[in-house]
Ligand binder design. Structure first.
Ligand SMILES: Nc1ncnc2c1ncn2[C@@H]1O[C@H](COP(=O)(O)OP(=O)(O)O)[C@@H](O)[C@H]1O
Ligand SMILES: [Mg+2]
Length: 269
């Protein structure tokens, strides 16, 4: 495939992030084509979440550029994100514990409202019609993710796997063009991870996906393209087969004792 800027939904070029003396990302490049699933892997501390924070606009890089559909992303604040067409889930759940499942998803649907981001919290400035429509969309998203029957529960009362589905519903309700998933399989059973693989493949019919994940079987199964980070640098990119065969990738994982008990060793298999 040719790689002109406009063919990419999102691209990062030369992204560097420094936190004081620590270089979390060092000259990182990444391209996401529409409808593709891109895996972002690497040992703990490699910079994966930091790159997500840059891609989603919540962290301004020390150097480098992000291009969304050939232009700089319009907003650099969290509440601009969904309006841009980028949605994310977080490492962990990040659901609002004091809001019902339904209200959590209504929060994600806010880009479809006219009242602005703070109307959601304050209840001010939004028409009743908007409110009804948002709730209907949020219910439809809960149904799509199989958790509609829990709409009026508090998230903390649900099993972890169901809370993860609520988090996915919240991310997808805004009908994003790009979905960033930060370790969606963590804490799930093998069976749940299998179902997640089917879901991610289903997402890519409607949107591109960038997936940060330690479960290598999942990554190798669903990704079209993989980028491997280690100590903030891209050490390998390619198809799942190419990356798996790259000795640098094996070395990065085997050189990280904290990770060797987990399934990250799948990269070396
Ligand atoms: N807000 C921050 N302030 C200082 N250091 C940070 C911050 N966020 C991440 N880091 C550091 O940046 C590096 C990359 O972290 P992170 O992106 O979370 O890695 P990963 O998601 O790949 O495990 C780590 O060394 C981490 O400690
Ligand atoms: Mg992380």
């Amino acid at each position: 495939m040719t790689t002109t800027a406009t063919e990419h939904l999102l691209r990062a070029d030369g992204v560097t992030v420094r936190f004081g003396g620590l270089t979390a990302l060092d000259d990182v490049g990444l391209q996401v084509a529409p409808g593709s699933v891109v895996g972002l892997i690497g040992p703990n501390g490699a910079g994966k979440t930091t790159l997500f924070n840059v891609l989603s606009g919540v962290l301004r890089p020390t150097a480098g550029t992000i291009t969304w559909k050939g232009a700089p992303p319009p907003g650099r604040r969290t509440h601009h994100l969904a309006r841009t067409g980028i949605a994310r889930t977080f490492q962990g759940l990040n659901l609002f514990s004091m809001m019902t499942v339904l209200d959590n998803v209504v929060a994600g649907a806010d880009r479809l409202a006219t009242g602005g981001p703070f109307s959601l919290i304050t209840g001010l400035g939004r028409h009743h019609r908007d409110e009804r429509e948002l709730r209907a969309r949020a219910m439809a998203a809960l149904e799509r993710f199989g958790v509609a029957e829990y709409a009026h529960r508090m998230p903390g009362t649900l099993p972890y796997g169901l809370q993860k589905q609520v988090a996915l519903a919240r991310a997808c309700v805004s009908e994003p063009e790009l979905l960033l998933l930060d370790e969606p399989a963590s804490g799930l059973s093998g069976e749940q991870i299998g179902a997640l693989a089917d879901q991610i493949r289903g997402f890519s019919r409607d949107m591109a996906v960038v997936l940060v994940e330690h479960h290598m079987d999942l990554v190798m199964e669903v990704c079209d393209h993989i980028v491997v980070l280690n100590f903030g640098r891209v050490i390998s990119t390619g198809t799942p087969q190419e990356v798996q065969a790259d000795p640098q990738v094996t070395e990065a994982y085997l050189g990280t004792p904290a990770d060797t008990s987990g399934d990250v060793n799948g990269a070396a298999r």
